[in-house]
Ligand binder design. Structure first.
Ligand code: TYD
Length: 234
């Protein structure tokens, strides 16, 4: 049994990661590739409990600074990696994860006094060698992403701890994600998230197929016939 592939999705608020993860999961399953979908912060019971503390603003209200938040994100990640991601990959399943280590680098490491050294140490401890094979950075102007995120939120529901931050902070994060991708082009692929859902899915699929799918593992003829729509960019 060969090891599964690990794909992460990153970007600002409202860029459409979860939609694209579901579409990619369906496409992989049609190719006979077994995959799981997960998210951060969270993804395992203990990490979901930490998620609630972080996103509700409880941690911030306790006066815990961004460096403390970074430690909590890393603690949640370590459990998620140990109990869910690594076992799935070992069993041959592919893992599609909504946010991972790059979110800590950008959200906790930029516009704060958290040092790069601390981010690096926490990353090493939390991921413990489980690095993504591919990372899609869904790129969108922060103004558009925030408008989408606001619209998506049910009426009366509060914005989470990070969504409440100023537009300029979100725009800085967008630039920081682009910079990160520029420095790690083999792993990080920037996708124009202002396109239609179908076109974004097409771009993602082309890269996954080219980079990660063994041609020997080709689809059966009936699967090919069923999937021709996903091979055409609309
Ligand atoms: P979520 O509701 O999952 O939002 P999104 O759809 O934008 O992914 O909230 C996750 C929030 O947590 C998001 O604002 C980014 C933030 N975050 C960090 O600050 N650091 C991290 O390491 C991770 C994984 C997420």
């Amino acid at each position: 049994m060969s090891q599964g592939k690990f794909i992460t999705f990153e970007g600002g608020e409202g860029v459409g990661k979860s939609t694209q993860i579901s579409l990619l999961a369906r496409r992989l399953q049609q190719r006979g590739i077994n995959c799981i979908q997960t998210r951060e912060p969270g993804g395992s019971p203990k990490a979901e409990a930490v998620r609630e503390l972080l996103l509700s603003g409880t941690v911030e209200r306790m006066g815990i600074p961004p460096s403390g938040e970074a430690v909590l994100f890393a603690a949640a990640r370590a459990d998620h990696v140990d109990t869910k991601i690594r076992p799935a990959l070992k069993s041959g399943q592919w893992v599609l994860c909504d946010r991972f280590m790059d979110s800590t680098r950008i959200y906790q490491g930029e516009n704060t006094d958290v040092s790069e050294d601390l981010v690096n140490i926490l990353e090493r401890l939390a991921i413990d060698g489980v690095r993504p094979d591919l990372t899609f950075i869904l790129d969108l102007r922060a103004e558009i992403g925030m408008a989408r995120a606001n619209k998506r939120r049910a009426e009366g529901e509060m914005a989470d701890r990070f969504e409440r931050e100023a537009l300029a902070v979100h725009e800085n994060r967008r630039n920081a994600f682009l910079h990160l991708a520029h420095n790690d082009p083999d792993r990080c692929k920037v996708i124009d998230a202002s396109q239609s859902i179908e076109d974004i899915a097409y771009d993602i699929w082309q890269i996954v197929e080219r980079e990660l799918i063994d041609p020997e593992q080709g689809a059966s003829p009936s699967q090919v016939a069923n999937n021709t729509d996903a091979n055409t960019k609309g």
